[in-house]
Design a protein. Structure first.
Length: 337
């Protein structure tokens, strides 16, 4: 029986707007008209928060913590160069479940150092738009030494390559994703629907910059490499929340297990491009900060046509034509056997 996926949720939480060509029809195969920051503001607005709304007047109080690190840049670099051993069981778990969470990948001091630098970069953004709920900063390695060492880390890239079972991986881009107190959910999705890379050998890591409970807005993983097939028939809703509503409903009706466990300090998750995931709302009085980084197999090519769901990808993959192999100074080979 055919399902009518329209008009399934209340779109009144926030007035949604798209500019220029992006607002003309429902086609996702158009170039994004705007910055990546504007893309994230649009994308988060597509989340359906109606089933568990955020009450900004009753946020959970979290005390201010001074994230200070005495770790030297030399010790930081050494930690990021040392291999993190993966077992065959962990690699098989990633292949089966489409994600894995790894503990003690970074020391608390290393996480605090990254938090310091991210906070400094975010403070500059807040000065220009203090009322913004969701902040995104990407390609920090171009201007910040600590972020450069982290983005180009062979320790993390080797984990990605071994989980994907490929011999070499490149960097797509890095970013800090910050949800201010009271910011709502990130909608359900899988990344291969977004990335402009013609490959399935892609994964991302997600590192919280503090120990993180669910109430702060952790990433939520649907368990299973084939789950994306259940939701891929849901049409993209460029100006409302019906896509997110129906994906949540399909996950529930198919009894898909969702991992919402808190993150420990130094714990990092890796998820495959097919993994279906979202992120919870930040119901606390403190900002939720996490660093993500995306890896793809060396030798992959650019897709044939632009997609609005890929944001301003030309910033991350410059000087590359459709179907052309991705190889430029912004997309470093981070690890090779």
């Amino acid at each position: 029986m055919a399902v009518n996926y329209s008009n399934a949720s209340d779109n009144s939480e926030k007035e949604l707007s798209l500019q220029n060509i992006n607002s003309e029809d429902d086609n996702i195969h158009t170039t994004w008209q705007g910055s990546n920051e504007e893309w994230w503001d649009w994308y988060v607005s597509l989340a359906d928060n109606s089933s568990l709304p955020v009450n900004k007047e009753k946020l959970i109080h979290f005390p201010n913590i001074a994230f200070k690190s005495s770790l030297s840049i030399e010790d930081f670099k050494q930690q990021l160069a040392e291999p993190y051993p993966l077992s065959e069981q962990q690699i098989e778990q990633f292949k089966t479940e489409s994600y894995i969470r790894l503990k003690n990948v970074l020391s608390p001091e290393a996480v605090y150092l990254l938090r310091q630098e991210a906070q400094y970069l975010l403070n500059r953004c807040r000065q220009s738009n203090p009322s913004q709920q969701f902040f995104n900063i990407e390609m920090m390695w171009l201007e910040n030494e600590v972020m450069r060492e982290f983005a180009l880390s062979s320790r993390l890239a080797r984990i990605a390559a071994e989980l994907l079972e490929v011999s070499s991986v490149r960097l797509y881009h890095d970013n800090v994703l910050c949800k201010n107190p009271g910011c709502g959910r990130t909608p359900w999705h899988y990344d291969l629907h977004h990335f402009p890379i013609a490959s399935t050998n892609i994964c991302s890591h997600w590192l919280p910059l503090q120990a993180m409970p669910w109430e702060m807005g952790i990433i939520e993983f649907a368990c299973g490499m084939e789950v994306y097939k259940i939701i891929e028939q849901v049409p993209c809703d460029k100006s409302g929340k019906t896509e997110d509503f129906w994906i949540a409903r399909l996950l529930q009706s198919n009894n898909i297990k969702i991992n919402r466990d808190p993150f420990e300090l130094g714990e990092i998750s890796f998820h495959h491009g097919f993994n279906v995931h979202g992120a919870a709302a930040n119901r606390t009085t403190q900002p939720r900060m996490a660093i993500t980084k995306i890896y793809f197999e060396n030798g992959d090519r650019l897709i044939n046509s632009s997609k609005i769901t890929s944001g301003s990808w030309r910033k991350f993959i410059p000087n590359t034509k459709p179907s052309e192999m991705i190889s430029n100074p912004y997309n470093f080979i981070l690890y090779s056997v």
